[in-house]
Design a protein around this ligand. Structure first.
Ligand SMILES: O=C(O)CCC(=O)C(=O)O
Ligand SMILES: [Fe+2]
Length: 330
């Protein structure tokens, strides 16, 4: 018996029997395994300016070319990563409208402002302590990386620090039970995310895939590395220089999988203008962006995302934003 989850299975079964087709042409794309650019962050804190600069260039290059990279010597100990993983126990159910939008996973979504709130944890007392230590470390790393990406665009590191806000940043704990049914079911549906930058910590069971040169590529899991992804807001702020790429999680028939992700977000009233003119995107606030994404998902089942804000834009159909489907941030 695989480690299935009855509510997920019931939900998927109901969707399969009632839904109309929602085929996705992208599912035809070839999948291959790849190693993401691996960046040693010990260089970023070095006194030696040339070493530091080489590290920043590697971060910015990977953010433009891939939108994803792995980091090593990131300052978050394996002990903390493992402690965090062992505490991932509480989940929330997703709400899809057809099987192709259905994610075989559950998520526990914790806004930073709630991390220390005892009432959020109920009986899971030890989770609170680890969460506090873990989110503090992830927050520091996310701001460091965002600062490097900002500086590379000719702005002070403090720009991102000023934009980003505790009240909207969050940690998401994902659990992907082993799949008892169709191999076509996603662990997490293809999507881009609506924050600035995400740091992901995945276990060894992982099948995280991302798009590179119009193909799906599988990221080789490595316990010691963290995965950094550029997201929609950095793409907009960077006027398209940094890429927010579509990604998804494929289910595993034999093993369950855990991951957690730290989302670096600005306050809702922050204006996300491009850093230079002519801007390819209209100015919008984070709040407006989220409202628009939610409205599109509600009306069409799809996230239109950044293309809706292009100055000379078209309304392309874009992937569903998993966070508007699976979770509803406060
Ligand atoms: O679990 C993963 O590897 C990916 C998670 C993800 O994409 C997300 O939470 O937005
Ligand atoms: Fe994501």
């Amino acid at each position: 018996m695989t480690n299935s989850d009855p509510p997920l299975l019931n939900h998927y079964g109901a969707l399969s029997s009632h839904s109309t087709r929602c085929d996705d042409p992208r599912s035809q794309l070839i999948v291959k395994e790849c190693r993401l650019p691996l960046i040693d962050l010990s260089g970023s804190s070095r006194r030696d300016e040339m070493v530091r600069q080489a590290c920043v260039e590697a971060i910015c290059g990977a953010s433009s070319e891939w939108g994803f990279f792995q980091v090593l010597n990131h300052g978050i100990s394996l002990r903390l990563v493992e402690k965090m993983r062992s505490e991932q126990v509480k989940w929330e159910s997703p709400s899809a409208t057809c099987p192709k939008q259905f994610s075989w996973s559950k998520a526990f979504h914790v806004p930073l402002t709630k991390v220390s709130d005892k009432a959020c944890y109920g009986e899971f007392v030890s989770l609170r302590e680890v969460m506090m230590e873990f989110t503090a470390a992830m927050s520091k790393l996310a701001r460091l990386l965002a600062g490097d990406l900002t500086e590379n665009m000719g702005h002070g590191k403090e720009v991102m620090d000023n934009l980003c806000d505790e009240s909207t940043c969050f940690l998401r704990l994902n659990h992907y039970p082993a799949r008892p049914i169709s191999p076509e079911i996603f662990g997490l549906v293809p999507h881009t995310d609506s924050d600035f930058l995400t740091i992901l910590c995945q276990d060894q069971a992982g099948v995280l895939q991302l798009t590179k040169d119009s193909k799906w590529v599988t990221v080789k899991p490595n316990q010691d590395d963290l995965i950094v992804n550029i997201r929609d807001l950095f793409q907009a702020w960077g006027n398209g220089v940094y890429k927010s790429v579509e990604h998804k999680v494929v289910t595993n028939a034999k093993m369950e999988r855990y991951s957690n992700a730290y989302f670096l977000c600005p306050s809702y009233d922050s204006s996300i203008g491009s850093f230079k003119e002519p801007s390819i995107y209209q100015k919008f606030t984070f709040g407006e962006y989220r409202d628009q994404v939610q409205e599109d998902v509600r009306k069409t089942g799809y996230k239109v995302g950044l293309s809706r804000f292009l100055v000379n834009g078209t309304d392309e159909r874009c992937p569903v934003d998993a966070h508007f489907q699976a979770i509803r941030p406060n």
